[in-house]
Design a protein around this ligand. Structure first.
Ligand code: NAP
Length: 319
C-alpha cells in the first residue's frame, strides 16, 4: 500500500482550510469527511460573521464553497469515518469504518467537538428553528425575543450575558441550585438586569409548532411538579465533547478531552500528527478561528514533510 503524504480527518472549517492549503502545496491530501461532512456549520442557517460575505452566507453553502476550493487544487475526499489509528508505526495507519485502511506520513486531526444536547423530546427536531447551541452564531436572530439558556457552567453564563444584547429577556435554566460557573462569570450574569433564573429544574421536553419553539416543559426537582416556561428560543449550553475517541489515548489530551498542542503550533505529542479547530479549542470555537488554525496545521505539516525521511525519498524517486 502506498503511503499518503497527509491525511486530514474531519471536514469543518479547520479541515477544509487545511485541505485547501495542503492541496495548493501539492501534498495531495486525502480528506476523510466524517459522520457530518462540513461539520457543525452545516446545521446552522445564515452565517453573518465570516469575513468576506457582507450579506452573510448560509452555513452549508460556506462549507460547500470551502470543499470546492480544496477540490480545485486536487484534494481527494473520502466519505466515512475513521474508527482507529495506529501512531506507533511509521507511516501511520488509519482505519475507516468500512475497514478500508490508509498509510500516511502525517495526519491533521480536525474532528471538531460536538455540542452536548439535552436529549429531551422535541429538541433535535427544532435545531435551527429555535433551538441552538451557539449564541454567537444565532443570537442575532432573537432580537427583542425571550430566550432560555440551559446550563450552569461558564458557557451558560457567557452565552446568557451575550444574548442580552439582542433578547428582551434571558432566563438561565439550571438543574441544581448551585452553579458550576466561576464566581466572576456568575456575578456578571447575576448583575445583568435582563437575566432571570429558574434553578433546580430538569428540562423535560421542548414545546413547538411546525416552525418555531414556544416553550420548555421543566420539572421542579424538589416538588416533582411540571410546568411550561414560555420562550421563543432555547440555547443549550451544557458543554462540548471533543471528538477524539478514535485516537485511543495515543495523543496527549487534557483533562477535558481536548488535544494538547505545543506552544503556538498545531503539533501534538506525536511527531507528524497535527491538530486544529475545535478539537483543540474549548474557548473561541468560531468558524474563522478554526479556519485559521487549519491553515497553521497545513503549514506545520508542510514543514514537517520537508524535513522528513519520506520527503527525501519522494524527492529521490521523482527526480
Ligand atoms: P461545564 O463547565 O461542564 O458546565 C456544564 C453545565 O451544564 C453544568 O452546569 C452542568 O450541570 C450542566 N449540564 C450538563 N449536562 C446537563 C444535562 N444533561 N442537563 C442539564 N444540565 C446539564 O461546561 P461549559 O460551561 O461549557 O464549560 C466548559 C469549560 O470551558 C469550563 O472549564 C469553563 O470554565 C470553560 N469556559 C470558560 C469560559 C470563559 O472563561 N470565558 C467560557 C466558556 C467556557 P451541573 O453543574 O449540575 O453538572
Amino acid at each position: 500500500m502506498t503511503a499518503q503524504k497527509v491525511i486530514i480527518i474531519g471536514t469543518g472549517p479547520a479541515g477544509y482550510t487545511a485541505a485547501i492549503y495542503t492541496s495548493r502545496a501539492n501534498l495531495n491530501p486525502v480528506v476523510i469527511e466524517g459522520n457530518q461532512p462540513g461539520g457543525q456549520l452545516t446545521t446552522t442557517t445564515e452565517v453573518e460573521n465570516f469575513p468576506g460575505f457582507p450579506d452573510g452566507i448560509m452555513g452549508p453553502e460556506l462549507m460547500d464553497n470551502m470543499r470546492k476550493q480544496a477540490e480545485r487544487f486536487g484534494a481527494t475526499f473520502v466519505s466515512g469515518s475513521v474508527t482507529s489509528v495506529d501512531l506507533n508505526q511509521r507511516p501511520f495507519r488509519v482505519v475507516m469504518d468500512d475497514s478500508k485502511e490508509y498509510l500516511t506520513e502525517s495526519i491533521i486531526i480536525s474532528t471538531g467537538a460536538s455540542a452536548k444536547m439535552l436529549g429531551t423530546p422535541g429538541e433535535k427536531e427544532m435545531v435551527g428553528r429555535g433551538v441552538s447551541t451557539c449564541a454567537t452564531c444565532d443570537g442575532f436572530f432573537f432580537r427583542g425575543k425571550s430566550i432560555l439558556v440551559i446550563g450552569g457552567g461558564d458557557s451558560a453564563m457567557e452565552e446568557a450575558t451575550f444574548l442580552t444584547k439582542f433578547a428582551s429577556e434571558v432566563t438561565i435554566v439550571h438543574r441544581r441550585n448551585e452553579l458550576r460557573a466561576s464566581k466572576v462569570m456568575q456575578e456578571r450574569a447575576r448583575q445583568n438586569p435582563k437575566i432571570k433564573w429558574i434553578l433546580n429544574v430538569t428540562p423535560v421536553r421542548v414545546v413547538s409548532d411546525a416552525s418555531k419553539v414556544n416553550g420548555l416543559v421543566v420539572k421542579d426537582n424538589q416538588s416533582g411538579e411540571e410546568r411550561t416556561v414560555s420562550t421563543d428560543g432555547i440555547f443549550v449550553a451544557i458543554g462540548h465533547t471533543p471528538n477524539t475517541g478514535f485516537l485511543g489515548n495515543q495523543v496527549e489530551i487534557d483533562d477535558r478531552g481536548y488535544i494538547v498542542t505545543k506552544d503556538q503550533s498545531t503539533a501534538t505529542s506525536v511527531e507528524g500528527v497535527f491538530a486544529c479547530g475545535d478539537v483543540v479549542d474549548s474557548h473561541y470555537r468560531q468558524a474563522i478561528t478554526a479556519a485559521g488554525s487549519g491553515c497553521k496545521a497545513a503549514m506545520d505539516v508542510e514543514k514537517f514533510l520537508e524535513g522528513s525521511m519520506f520527503h527525501d525519498w519522494l524527492l529521490q524517486t521523482t527526480t
